[in-house]
Design a protein around this ligand. Structure first.
Ligand code: PGA
Length: 248
């Protein structure tokens, strides 16, 4: 039985002071339930949030990492560095990183493998552009991403990966995919995972939808068979909105 998993992606928002005041407010509203919750914050805010969330069950995520343990890679942060301060998850291959920072399925795959080796749970993002959807090529596009991004990931490790389907045209645009569109793709992703691994493994993998998830649309999306959670950008910045989504 897959447990719902809602993760907030703060992107490049919130200073340390803002993150701490979010945590104070959020902790007052948050009640543990059978919904898994995590927040992906900028690197500089992770340590403070780790301390703020101690003992609450709220998970902590980074938004990116390098695929090497260490080295001459100015400006990068590695998986062991994140693990050391208690980071649980890392978003890998978000479309903004693919688009603005030249991430490819090859680097995304290396990062997924390294995260798993370091004991960090990947939240692996995939999703097509509007152009690709308008051309009707979205399934082939996302299938190629999934196959490339999971290359070399053993079956036992695949279960630890959360896949976040985030159509680029729905991110930050207010134009959410309809529950049917989101379900169609998340169901298709599960079929691809079944083909790569097995039915049992594919049934255990958590698949989130992301792209303009708000309190008003969260429950319709979450009620779909193959949608096990959400990756929430803008609406995770306000404690009350994020709490409402968690209580979908
Ligand atoms: P959004 O972002 O909820 O603001 O559309 C989602 C994401 O990019 O993860």
């Amino acid at each position: 039985m897959r447990k719902p998993f809602i993760a907030g992606n703060w992107k490049m928002y919130k200073t340390a002071a803002e993150a701490e005041s979010f945590a104070e407010e959020f902790k007052k509203l948050y009640e543990p339930s059978d919904v898994r919750v995590a927040i992906a914050a900028p690197f500089t805010q992770l340590w403070a949030l780790k301390k703020a969330f101690e003992g609450t069950g709220i998970g902590l995520a980074a938004q990116n990492m390098h695929w090497e343990d260490q080295g001459a890679f100015t400006g990068e942060v590695s998986a062991p560095m994140l693990k050391e301060i208690g980071v649980d998850y890392c978003i890998i291959g978000h479309s903004e990183r693919r688009q603005y920072f030249n991430e490819t399925d090859e680097t995304v795959n290396r990062k997924v493998l390294k995260a798993l080796e370091a004991g960090i749970l990947p939240i692996l993002c995939c999703g097509e552009s509007l152009e690709t959807r308008d051309a009707g090529d979205q399934n082939a596009f996302v299938e190629a991403q999934i196959r490339a991004d999971f290359a070399g990931v053993a079956a036992e490790d695949a279960k630890k990966v959360t896949v976040a389907y985030e159509p680029i045209w729905a991110i930050g645009t207010g134009r959410t995919a309809s529950p049917e569109q989101a379900q169609d793709m998340c169901g298709f992703i599960r079929e691809v995972l079944k083909d790569i691994y097995s039915e049992d493994i594919s049934e255990e993998i958590t698949i989130q939808y992301g792209g303009s998830v708000k309190p008003a649309n969260a429950s319709d999306l979450m009620n779909q068979d193959d949608i096990d959670g959400a990756l929430v950008g803008g609406a995770s910045l306000k404690p009350a909105d994020f709490i409402e989504i968690i209580h979908f």
